[in-house]
Design a protein around this ligand. Structure first.
Ligand SMILES: Nc1ncnc2c1ncn2[C@@H]1O[C@H](COP(=O)(O)OP(=O)(O)OP(=O)(O)O)[C@@H](O)[C@H]1O
Ligand SMILES: [Mg+2]
Length: 325
């Protein structure tokens, strides 16, 4: 397997007055491309803090965090429109390997990036679903979801292969399948995808509303769609189903499993066992430290087989109970 993320001895400290606490304490973790890693742990154990370090939103006090990512243009126009700024902005810590068909950014350590480079890196490579939804209040639901496509200036037709070729095609109908389709425009195709996703996720009546006019669950679903719409190589989800009922949770997890099967790497924080069993590996965090790991067998598909899930759930309960859950 190919490594996507390498975390070594990562520590994040908070200071209050004279006292110091470690929200993330000497964490080391490798994440392979195509993994679906679930992070569990009690409230306050450091899950969100770790996710924020992985996203480069917060800075660590000690340790290293490196990405090994392929240029999303697949070398078509290397250096690409999306990445030329990044290459210019990154000062050190980068080895860039260019071959005929691929262009890789290797050894990307957040410690060596300035804020602007981090922002571009995130925009190109990471989709984030925050614990608090963080939709932009002055944009409508539609505009919020469309925003990553517009920022990346990435035609949706490139992000979403046509139906039939794509294993997840049931979730992403090709341009032309939606009644609102107009031909030969990437923007229109992006619009179709968003309309189609919103209709599947029960947001079609709320497209032109502002986040403050939505319920918590509706905001959460909009935030999830916004994070996946560009198909970033890495998806970070912090309790993405916390405000959803069980059928909406299933819908979201079906989508995440589809994306994962199609190659996207996912790191997801949850307290919900039914969500956790949809991953491939569960990491348990206590007081900022990794205290255990449970791997589900590769042969077991995460998104099918009710019986398989029961079995997974039993194993997970046993794993968690041994750690005082
Ligand atoms: N900005 C901050 N300043 C000081 N302490 C913080 C800050 N953010 C988080 N903490 C502390 O760091 C620890 C880990 O917090 P974190 O939000 O990562 O927990 P969590 O595992 O995500 O919890 P939950 O399941 O409730 O979301 C907690 O003790 C919290 O109080
Ligand atoms: Mg949290």
């Amino acid at each position: 397997m190919e490594k996507l993320l390498e975390i070594k001895n990562l520590t994040k400290k908070y200071h209050e007055g004279t006292s110091e606490s470690k929200a993330v304490d000497n964490v080391s973790l490798d994440v392979e491309r195509g993994e679906f890693v679930v992070i569990m742990g009690a409230s306050g154990s450091g899950k969100t803090s770790l996710l924020h370090l992985i996203a480069g939103i917060d800075e660590s006090d000690e340790g290293t965090l490196k990405y090994f990512l392929t240029d999303r243009t697949d070398g078509e126009n290397c250096p690409s429109a999306g990445l030329h700024n990044l290459h210019a902005l990154l000062s050190r810590g980068i080895r860039r390997k260019t071959t005929k068909n691929t262009c890789q950014i290797m050894n990307t350590d957040f410690a060596h990036m300035n804020e602007k480079a981090k922002t571009i890196f995130r925009r190109e490579n990471i989709g984030i679903v925050f614990q608090q939804q963080c939709l932009i209040p002055d944009l409508t639901v539609y505009e919020n979801i469309m925003l990553p496509m517009m920022l990346a200036n990435r035609p949706a037709s490139k992000s979403y292969p046509a139906a039939g070729k794509h294993p997840a095609s049931k979730n992403y109908p090709a341009a032309g399948t939606h009644p609102a389709h107009r031909r030969n425009s990437a923007r229109d195709s992006g619009k179709d995808i968003i309309l189609s996703l919103c209709s599947q996720f029960g947001l079609e009546e709320h497209l032109w509303k502002y986040p403050s006019q939505l319920s918590g669950g509706q905001q959460q679903r909009a935030a999830i769609l916004r994070s996946v719409v560009n198909k970033p190589p890495l998806l970070l989800c912090d309790e993405p189903t916390g405000s959803l009922n069980s059928s909406q949770t299933k819908l979201v997890m079906d989508l995440l499993n589809d994306l994962n099967q199609n190659g996207q790497t996912i790191i997801l924080v949850t307290h919900d066992m039914k969500v956790a069993v949809r991953g491939k590996r569960v990491i348990y965090i206590e007081d900022g430290r990794i205290e255990g790991e449970l791997r589900f067998p590769e042969s077991e598909p995460a998104d099918t087989g009710r019986d398989g899930h029961d079995d997974r759930e039993h194993r997970l309960i046993f794993f968690l109970q041994k750690r005082g859950w």
